[in-house]
Ligand binder design. Sequence first.
Ligand code: FIX
Ligand code: ZN
Length: 426
Amino acid sequence: MNVPDTNSNTEIKTTDQLKTVISDAIHSQNITDIHTHLFSPPFDELLLWGIDELLTYHYLIAEVFRKSDVSYQQFWRMTKAQQAELIWQTLFIENSPISEACRGVVTTLDELGLDVSSRNLQDYRDYFADTTVEAFIDTVFESANVSKVVMTNDPFDPAEAPVWESGDTGDTRFEAALRMDVLINSYEDTAYEHLRGLGYEVDPTLSSEKGYKEVRRFLETWIQRMNPKYMAVSLPPDFQYPDDSVLGRIFDNCILPISREFNVPFALMIGVKRAVNPQLKMAGDGTGKADLTSLETLLRENPDNKFLVTLLSRENQHELCVIGRKFKNLMIFGCWWFMNNPSVIEEITRERIELLGLSVIPQHSDARILDQLIYKWKHSRQIIADVLVEKYQSILDVGWTLTTSEIERDVNNLFGGNFERFLNGN
Ligand code: FIX
Ligand code: ZN
C-alpha cells in the first residue's frame, strides 16, 4: 500500500495531489466483489484457475470463431488444452490481443510476474503447475486487493450439493449468493421434478398456497444452509411484472416474502437472451433492451423489499439511474458482462455518479476464473479513478475543499461500504 504524501486531514490543493490521493485510495482500498462465478476450494472442480481456463473463458471462445476456420463440432471435440492452444495461436499470435477479454489475459500474466513478451504458453503452464490452488488464491486476492468474493450458488446443482451438505465451505473469503435461475426460469422443466424428488409437495403449475408454502420452505432451508448475501436471478429483456405466470407467482408468493422475512435482498440481472446461438454453448448468450416499467412496478409495489439490479443493455443504463433516484429500495450494481468494457464502464460510471452521486456499487467482476480477479479489477479501478478525478476536480475548481480522508471514505463506500449498508439497513 502506498502511503499518501498528504496528511489525511490536509486539504487537497492541486490536480496532481488529487490524482495521487484518488489513485492511492482506490489502489489501497480492499474490495468486496459482489458477483462472481468463483468457488472456494471445497467445491473442487467448480473452482477454475490457471492459463488453460483463462484462455478458454467463454468471452474468448466467442472471439476465436470469428478469426479461425475451426467448426463448432471440431472445437467442442477438442480437449481443453487443445482449445486453449487454438485460442492462444489465433487470438494472441496470429492477431494482436487487444479486445478487452484478450487484453485481460495479458494484464493477468504480467501482474503475476510472467514475461508476456516471451509469448511462451508452456512457460505460463509451468508457472501454474508449480503452485497450489490455496497459494494461488492468496496471490490473486493480494494482487487484486480483493478481500471478499460472492459466489453464485445454485441449489439445484448436484456438484455443489455435497459441499453444502457437509456444512463446510472452507475459505470464508468466499460468500454465498442463492441463485434462483432454475427455480424461476425452469420451474416446469427442471425445478418442479427436483423439488418433488426432495419431498416438497409442489404441483407442476405452481398455483396453490400449498405449493407456495413448499417453495418458501425450500428457500428457507437454503438460506439457513448457505447464509447468502442475497438471492439472485438473471432475466430476459422481456420479463414482465406483475404477471400471472410461474415467474410472477414465485416472485409474489415465495421470493419477496422470504426476502423480507430474512432480510436477504433480491438481485435482478436483467437483459440476457439465453442461447441466441446455441452452437456456442455458454458463449452463445446475447443481450436485449428491457422495458423497465416492470422494474418500476416491482420497486413501487414492494417498498419493504430490497433489490440489487444490474442490466445488460447499454440503452437501459440511463433509465436505470433515473429509477434509482425514485426508489431507495434499489441498489444499482456493476457493469455486467457486455457492459464490462472500458468505454462502457467509463460512460456508465460517469452517468451513475452524475445522477446518483456515491450511492451505487460501481462494479463487480463476474470472474469465472480465479485469475480474472486480477485484470477485471485492475482495469475497472483505473477507469473509476479517472472518473472520480474529473468529478472531484469540478468541485475543487469552484472552491469546495476536500481532504484525503473524505476521499478515502467515499472510495470505501463505493467498493464495499454501500453493499454492507444496503444489506444491513432496514
Ligand atoms: O448470469 C450470469 O451471472 C452471467 O454473468 C453469466 O451467465 C455469464 O455467462 C457471464 O459469465 C458473464 O460475465
Ligand atoms: Zn454472472
